[in-house]
Design a protein around this ligand. Structure first.
Ligand SMILES: NC(=O)c1ccc[n+]([C@@H]2O[C@H](COP(=O)([O-])OP(=O)(O)OC[C@H]3O[C@@H](n4cnc5c(N)ncnc54)[C@H](OP(=O)(O)O)[C@@H]3O)[C@@H](O)[C@H]2O)c1
Length: 292
């Protein structure tokens, strides 16, 4: 049995599909906040890594774990510390009790021991919990992931569709390395092999480094539009983000995300080929889903 935590999310649904197509028994752990059609045969256990509810039930007879639970913005008890750091610590303990043979954790490029970036700091702490667990593990650190149902590229598409002049936070020069979701799933599945990449932390990204502004241009072209861009200084964006955090349940941008724009979100462009023998798809060639 393979447990996919966060299996109802954007990446998780692709992972459960691929694993069931390959003939595996699959169980999903999530709180059940979102509707997620799972392939037939997938067991769904409602649970919460913050309260630990459902963890031992979810872990029963599990041999391998893909740990995908995380949040990108905090809300109430769903803090980075509670969900990402403590949630991973709890899951690791449950996995040890269950005798799990391989633990694959999807972290993020930029994970670091620096509390100035709370999301990346929690990811770093979660990585340590996995690495020090004594379990056989592989940690993947991807750049941003795109594909049907993603948040990032769909948000850019929304900006382009609805604004004759598209706002760009700061100078728009922060670099990303967008990776197609199915390419990431290929890496995750490969890492589930007990002997593959044991004890390694691997950064993975797509075939090219693109600035935020270049991604916006690619999305604009894919939508067949022509748009002017207006750079909004970060000093102006920060109070706007603060206000959106106060009034919106799901703000389009948070102060934490603005801080992270100071960091490039990239690795080597041949990272996928070197570690997994995969030539990843480029963003421009894979945007049909935003045109529907
Ligand atoms: N998407 C990207 O561009 C990207 C880039 C780099 C790294 N990653 C990493 O990849 C992983 C998956 O990302 P994603 O984009 O698929 O995220 P997502 O769509 O937001 O899915 C998150 C999953 O976690 C579950 N979850 C949230 N809080 C929970 C809790 N307290 N207890 C149990 N389950 C909980 C959610 O289901 P419920 O809400 O129903 O509980 C959902 O299934 C994350 O670790 C993320 O940091 C993603």
């Amino acid at each position: 049995m393979i447990l996919v935590t966060g299996g109802s999310g954007f990446i998780g649904r692709r992972v459960t599909s691929r694993l069931t197509e390959d003939g595996n028994s699959v169980r999903v752990l999530a709180r059940g906040q979102r509707r997620a059609d799972q392939p037939s045969g997938v067991e769904v256990v409602r649970g919460d890594v913050v309260s630990a509810e459902g963890l031992s039930e979810a872990m029963s007879e599990v041999e391998k774990v893909v740990h995908l639970v995380a949040i990108i913005r905090e809300s109430g008890s769903q803090t980075f510390e509670a969900v990402i750091r403590q949630g991973t610590e709890r899951l690791v303990e449950a996995a040890k009790v269950a005798g799990v043979r391989k633990f694959v954790y999807v972290s993020a490029i930029g994970a670091q021991d620096n509390p100035y970036y709370p999301y990346l700091h929690a990811k770093w702490a979660a990585e340590r919990a996995v690495a020090l667990s004594g379990l056989k593990y592989t940690i993947l650190r991807p750049s941003i992931i795109f594909g049907e149902g993603d948040e990032f590229i769909n948000a850019l598409a929304g900006l382009v569709r609805h604004n004759p002049v598209v706002p760009v936070a700061g100078d728009g020069k922060a670099k990303f390395q967008p990776l197609w979701v199915e390419d990431l799933v290929t890496c995750i599945v490969a890492c589930l092999d007990e002997d593959a990449h044991g004890g390694q932390t691997l950064e993975v990204g797509g075939p090219e480094h693109l600035t935020y502004e270049e991604m916006l241009d690619i999305v604009t072209e894919a939508l067949g539009k022509s748009r002017l861009k207006a750079h909004v200084p970060l000093a102006v964006m920060r109070p706007l983000a603060q206000m959106m955090e106060w009034v919106l349940p799901k703000p389009p941008v948070t102060r934490d995300q603005l801080k992270m724009l100071a960091l490039d979100n990239i690795t080597e462009t041949d990272s996928m080929m070197l570690s997994f023998g995969v030539q990843p798809r480029s963003l421009a060639d894979s945007l049909d889903y935003i045109k529907r």
